[in-house]
Design a protein around this ligand. Structure first.
Ligand code: SAM
Ligand code: SF4
Length: 326
């Protein structure tokens, strides 16, 4: 088992496959020139499988593939099918741009739920946010994946003065469509120009939605990052991921592996363990995993607390989101 000093058992691994992406979302990727990791520094398909196996041997039973955009890797299909052989539930987070190429592979790997990022329903805003003109293909692929029978969760990062005015439009979408919209509080990472006043908090999101709809809270479980809500008569539902205003660290069971094979025990942890370096030297990675987990802080990588109003992004020691893996 992978257990930290607060007795939290860790059985969920999020693997970033690449720091490359076909979008340039300003909240994720530094605006100034960003140096992508050279391909030879990234885990190769067999190395992803091998390191994942070590985690599974230590008790991991859920794996999520993320990035960067995981589907930009030419060996994405191979990696999915290799990991599908492990005794884990397999998940993916994607921007959906290349999704239609992989419907068959995803089905073969028995992936039935897709987390898809979409922060605005406006084409013009999408282009401003992502610095790419890919709105139509994103929407088209979300529609196709619903038709293909996948369960869809939409990730929407809510930012004050950018898209908080669209909350009700996203909720309205769940009226006739059986999907879950997950509203995510904006988080600070290297180079994303985060400021505390841009965070549109759990409380503000709920009060905006409750102004229009009768909202019912749905009971969750210990490891949930999202707080779930239902509106009577809606086929779908919504949830809120309140990392900044109401963190959920007490029930944390999550571990991360960056695309260059470094283990992080928290999205905000400073320390990393080089599992890929060890693997390439023929050394076992399990001892490094066990050493790493003992350094896990109680909350938020030990770098800040839920009174985020005082926080300055520049004081955090971390990578950019695109190089950690969301
Ligand atoms: N490319 C894929 C995608 O966009 O879904 C996977 C990687 S992305 C880094 C994973 C998730 O992190 C996305 O839902 C994205 O919206 C979220 N994310 C990125 N930067 C964020 C930030 N600063 N605050 C909150 N969520 C963020
Ligand atoms: Fe790419 Fe996803 Fe980051 Fe946007 S959020 S830049 S789609 S990795």
């Amino acid at each position: 088992m992978i257990v930290d000093t607060y007795n939290r058992v860790h059985d969920y691994l999020r693997i970033s496959l690449t720091d490359r992406c076909n979008l340039r979302c300003f909240y994720c990727m530094p605006e100034e020139s960003y140096d992508f990791a050279p391909m030879k520094h990234l885990m190769q398909a067999g190395e992803v499988e091998s390191i994942a196996r070590s985690f599974v041997d230590l008790g991991v039973n859920k794996i999520r593939l993320t990035g960067g955009e995981p589907m930009v890797r030419s060996d994405f299909g191979e990696i999915i099918l290799r990991l599908a052989k492990l005794p884990v539930s397999l998940h993916i987070t994607t921007n959906a741009i290349l999704l239609d190429r992989y419907f068959d592979v995803l089905k073969e790997a028995r992936i039935d739920t897709l987390n898809i990022s979409l922060d605005t329903l406006s084409r013009e805003k999408f282009i401003r946010l992502t610095r790419r003109d890919k709105f139509d293909v994103t929407i088209q692929n979300i529609r196709s994946s619903l038709k293909q029978g996948f369960r869809i969760k939409i990730n929407m990062v809510v930012m004050r003065d950018f898209n908080e005015d669209e909350l009700l439009d996203f909720v309205e979408w769940t009226k006739n469509e059986d999907l879950e919209v997950r509203f995510i509080e904006f988080m600070p990472f290297e180079g994303n120009k985060w400021t505390s006043n841009q965070v549109f908090s759990l409380e503000e999101i709920l009060s905006t939605i409750s102004g229009r709809y009768e909202v019912q809270a749905v009971a969750g479980s210990l490891h949930d990052t999202a707080k779930h809500y239902q509106i009577a008569g809606h086929k779908g539902s919504f949830s809120i991921i309140s990392t900044m205003s109401a963190p959920f660290c007490d029930g944390c069971n999550r571990l991360r592996l960056t695309a260059d094979g470094k283990m992080k025990n928290c999205l905000f942890s400073k320390d990393e363990s080089d599992l890929l370096g060890a693997l390439r030297k023929g050394l076992p990675v399990e001892p490094l995993i066990q050493q790493n987990i003992l350094t896990k802080a109680a909350k938020l990588g030990g770098q800040f607390h839920s009174n985020f109003n005082e926080l300055k992004q520049e004081t955090l020691e971390n990578r950019s989101m695109i190089s950690i893996g969301g």
